[in-house]
Design a protein around this ligand. Structure first.
Ligand code: PRX
Length: 630
């Protein structure tokens, strides 16, 4: 952790400054001034942000901080959909396009704010009719189609707590999330479509609900003819909406009422249900959508994430809609029908703001410049990145080939837990490839040692946040101890779990995770989750999993497996194990390599030393091995 990085490297890194017009016209034209204003009076700063939104009742207090518990905008009442929908639909944005969806083969669906509001109200009424009430948990397991967003917003409308599960998760992962949250209703689709192929989503739900006692209804969006048969507790998405009134009084939510749960990997086999609440999340995502992406009235904004991740929650659905943006979404993958799919969509839709992940950028780099070069990308104004470090080579490529040395890049650092972007380079400020940037006004972050003391510039350390922020997680569902750990690992600050290094002028470079989480293609995978999936296979006695650097995905998963007596190692078993992980956790958690071994390096107390496995794998010094068993 105290490894010295070359300070020169940090200081002499390249610098790009966008055309001054960007800064002049930005919502946040002066980062330094905004930051100073925040530091002068943090609560006043956040209050000013909150005042940009509509409230049913204003707050009595901006912040009640009772370490490590924060309450924001206490006494206030609100419903986020009033800001995401009604505020626009009832005013001058009534006929403005809120949402454009693109499917395969040129299929397109367009929703104005007014139409989106009607659809959300209809579905909200349908949910009410089957008995969904404020505080009930609804699990959304859907492909990237407008109904996925409609389902989320309808839950928000009636105060139901949604738990969106990414449609790429397998049945065991889905089952665990349904049961942990006690979901009463599941909303799904018959299929999702990837690279021209149908994936049977409902079949996964069928498997995941065999043992899910809280589930009363499964709502199915039927996309395929002939329509799939529905069982007794199953309902058709559109049939439910038909005949429902297109207005629905929004549920009055208290500021700190739970808004949603979103599961993220932790260092144990069980994912953490991150709990966000209503007011703070709304203020944080609105503030950052507006100021980081600088969304203006005429922008067409595309974030390539899926609403099943926090990026989609905050920067496809709630933030951009609160700002009144035109949001583009697409079910297409970056490499289908060909490697030009994203670029053709940018040209077709005249996308102005594009937000994607480093893993995608590195994949595009590999596929060659001729693909983006075929298309007119001149509509682009701002390009963004999220999910893992944007390495300098990828930055340079993105800046030159996609942004044409014209578009500022916002490399945004944040987490499921933070709810909103925390560190980035604000539009107009100088950009340094490799560095995400500085803490946004509203955020106090630093790089410290294990005792919490700031480290020298150029020295690696732990990234921490030093004061509460509105959209921070409030707890881990049914496991507050895990919440407290974020704030007690180092006394007084929120420990992020990332390693970072700071330059002399305060730019932060994120180096990667400091814990047992592997980021594969931008997705957090807990080593323990994959290990327990492997061990749940009848042939496996023990398993250990490490992350190995991968040119495109950032990391790939390598597993070391000890077999139970009587099982023969070999390719067949290897395939069987891969299939097993795929069907339990989903394709995103599949190991890239599996080695069959007789022994695993362990501490005397029996803990697997993954660090030693990794060092050996990479041909590096394993470091301190004094606790190793043999
Ligand atoms: O390690 C950091 C990495 O992703 C983690 C958070 O993952 P998740 O909760 O899934 O949210 C991802 C989308 C916000 C962080 O702890 N990470 C995220 N953004 C960046 C990043 N690492 C480097 N640079 C980033 N811009």
């Amino acid at each position: 952790m105290t490894e010295d990085f070359d300070v020169r490297l940090v200081e002499d890194v390249k610098s790009y400054t966008p055309d001054p017009a960007y800064r002049k016209n930005a919502w946040m034209p002066d980062y330094q001034k905004a930051y100073a204003e925040f530091m002068k009076n943090p609560e006043k700063f956040w209050e000013a942000q909150a005042k940009e939104l509509d409230w049913i009742r204003p707050w009595d207090k901006v912040l009640e901080w009772n370490y490590p518990y924060a309450k924001w905008f206490t006494g206030a009442q609100l419903n986020i959909t009033l800001n995401c929908l009604d505020r626009h639909a009832n005013n001058s944005r009534r006929n403005k396009v809120a949402l454009i969806w693109r499917g395969e083969e040129g299929r397109e669906r367009i929703f104005t704010y007014q139409k989106l509001l009607s659809q959300v109200c209809r579905f909200a009424n349908a949910l009410k009719k089957i008995g969904v009430k404020k505080g009930d948990c609804v699990c959304i397991y859907m492909p990237l189609v407008p109904e996925q967003l409609i389902a989320m917003l309808a839950c928000a409308r009636i105060g139901a707590v949604h738990s969106v599960v990414f449609g790429g998760f397998g049945s065991a992962a889905l089952n665990m999330r349904i049961n942990d949250a006690g979901a009463k209703v599941i909303i799904t689709a018959d299929i999702s479509i990837r690279r021209g192929k149908a994936i049977q989503l409902k079949a996964i739900v069928d498997e995941a609900t065999v043992d899910a006692p809280t589930v009363e209804h499964v709502i199915v969006l039927r996309r395929r003819e002939p329509l799939v048969d529905l069982q007794e507790i199953e309902l058709d998405f559109h049939e439910m909406m038909a005949g429902m009134p297109d207005t629905c009084e929004p549920e009055v939510m208290d500021a700190e009422d739970p808004f949603f749960i979103l599961y993220t990997s932790g260092s144990t086999g069980k994912p953490k249900g991150i709990v966000h609440t209503c007011a703070g999340y709304m203020v944080g995502t609105h503030y950052t959508s507006k100021n980081v992406f600088d969304i203006k009235e005429n922008d067409t904004y595309w974030c390539t994430a899926d609403p099943g991740w926090i990026t989609g929650h905050s920067y496809i659905v709630y933030g951009p809609l609160a700002v009144g943006a035109t949001v583009f979404i697409s079910e297409l993958t970056p490499d289908y029908p060909d490697a030009g799919s994203y670029w053709s969509l940018i040209e077709e839709q005249k996308i102005t703001i594009f937000y994607t992940a480093p893993t995608a950028i590195r994949m595009f780099m590999k596929m060659g410049e001729e693909w983006p070069d075929k298309y007119n990308l001149s509509s682009l104004r701002i390009i963004g990145s999220v999910g893992e470090p944007l390495n300098p080579e990828a930055f340079e490529w993105y800046y030159r080939v996609i942004g044409k040395k014209r578009c500022p890049i916002v490399d945004t650092w944040w987490q499921t837990e933070t709810g909103m972007i925390m560190i980035t380079t604000v539009i107009g400020e100088p950009m340094h490839p490799g560095f995400a940037g500085k803490p946004l006004p509203g955020v106090i972050a630093d790089v410290v040692d294990k005792e919490g003391k700031p480290v020298k510039p150029g020295t690696g350390g732990l990234l921490v946040v030093k004061s509460p922020w509105p959209s921070m997680l409030r707890t881990v569902y049914k496991d507050d101890e895990r919440y407290r750990k974020y704030w007690y690992t180092i006394d007084g600050v929120y420990t992020v779990g990332d390693l970072a290094v700071k330059s002399r002028d305060g730019y932060i470079m994120i180096l990667g995770r400091s814990d047992d989480i592997i980021i594969v293609a931008g997705h957090n995978i807990g080593t323990a989750e994959v290990e327990s999936a492997l061990v749940s296979h009848h042939a496996v006695a023990e398993a250990a999993v490490i992350g190995k650097p991968d040119e495109v995905k950032g990391n790939s998963i390598k597993a070391f497996v000890i077999l139970r007596v009587g099982n023969k190692p070999g390719d067949r078993l290897r395939q069987d194990l891969l299939h097993h992980v795929r069907s339990t956790l989903g394709p995103i958690a599949m190991p890239h390599e599996i080695d069959f071994v007789d022994k695993l390096p362990k501490t005397r107390s029996g803990k697997i030393m993954r660090r030693v496995l990794k060092a050996k794998e990479m041909g590096m010094d394993p470091g301190d091995v004094s606790t190793l068993e043999e």
